[in-house]
Design a protein around this ligand. Structure first.
Ligand SMILES: CC(C)(COP(=O)(O)OP(=O)(O)OC[C@H]1O[C@@H](n2cnc3c(N)ncnc32)[C@H](O)[C@@H]1OP(=O)(O)O)[C@@H](O)C(=O)NCCC(=O)NCCS
Length: 173
């Protein structure tokens, strides 16, 4: 299957924090931000896979900086690597005020999606990713270790079968 460049599926989504999106302190509620992250990542994954996709896992999400009512939130999603039927998507979240003031990077996360066959609705083979820049290559390499870690944590892989993680731990010994 022909590979696809990261730039072919890069997705940018911009939202404004409305009163309905906030918690009682007037900050963007975490659950609403996670919803936007899931949507931008799903669009990116769908563009890469050229099919319907479903979220199969979301890695650790931490909320480093509050986002206030009226702020403009920009979410950027890129594919880091495709495996067999799944793709890993990296999402970064930035916020600023309406005039572009107080720009800040608020959080990031890795999400994994599975591409589904249009007819059967079952997982299907997805196109490989072609990393071009140094950053894309680093993300591509590291994705194999992140995949093993999340499969172990979700009980889908035994720790003893994790070849990529073992290499990492041996290097750091
Ligand atoms: C996603 C789903 C189709 C996978 O079906 P499945 O029978 O578990 O299929 P598999 O075990 O073959 O896994 C499919 C892929 O998901 C990956 N995967 C499964 N569980 C995972 C997890 N917890 N974290 C990361 N990847 C996971 C597998 O490694 C495999 O990827 P690969 O083919 O690239 O190696 C199925 O679990 C499902 O429908 N889940 C619900 C999805 C959903 O409703 N999401 C929220 C709404 S969009």
């Amino acid at each position: 299957m022909q590979g696809k460049k990261v730039s072919e599926s890069k997705t940018i989504m911009t939202e404004m924090v409305m009163p309905n999106d906030t918690n009682p302190m007037g900050n963007l509620m975490g659950g609403n931000l996670m919803k936007w992250m899931d949507i931008v990542a799903a669009i990116c994954a769908g563009r890469h896979c050229q099919s319907q996709v479903v979220t199969v896992s979301v890695d650790h999400v931490s909320f480093q900086k509050p986002i206030m009512k009226g702020d403009v939130v920009t979410l950027e999603a890129v594919v880091t690597r495709a495996f067999n039927t799944s793709v890993e998507i990296f999402v970064e979240v930035f916020a600023c005020d309406m005039k572009g003031g107080n720009p800040r990077r608020c959080n990031h996360a890795y999400l994994t999606f599975v591409g589904l066959d249009d007819v059967s609705g079952k997982p299907k083979i997805v196109p490989p990713v072609i990393p071009l820049s140094r950053e894309e290559s680093d993300q591509y390499e590291d994705a194999a270790r992140r995949r093993e870690l999340r499969l172990i944590l979700s009980g889908k892989m035994k720790a003893k079968d994790a070849t990529e993680l073992r290499t990492l731990l041996e290097v750091n010994d």
